[in-house]
Ligand binder design. Sequence first.
Ligand SMILES: [Mg+2]
Length: 146
Amino acid sequence: MIISFDIDNTLIPYSNEFEIEHKSILARIIGAEGIRKGTIELFNKLENRGHHIWIYTTSFRSVISLKRTFLAYGLRPRKIINQKVNLQKLKANNSYVSKNPKLFGIDVHIDDAPGVKIEGDRNNFLVIIVEPHELNWVDKILEELE
Ligand SMILES: [Mg+2]
């Protein structure tokens, strides 16, 4: 399956909403952002189960800078959709939602925003909500994907 992850307050905190992975010296030097504790374990487990991991964000961060951040932790999401790419796709398809994973061929999207889940229910795409304070978020996602 293709599984996409939101960035803000799902994998990267706005401030200190959740604990982050240890930042190596390399990560600091290249200016990588802190990513949520458990992300490395989760991505590795999902990849070992044959899933493809994408990033799908409404952030205007560049694809290059997001790639660099994940690479600093040894992670290589297969595709990164930022807001620039998202808006182009939505417009081309006359889709009036904030995100539309189905248009990109994504099977399941993971996000902290309840609004995205509501859009999914209305537009027939699957969303798993993970709130910033959830400590067992990795297990929750693995269980819900079963
Ligand atoms: Mg978010």
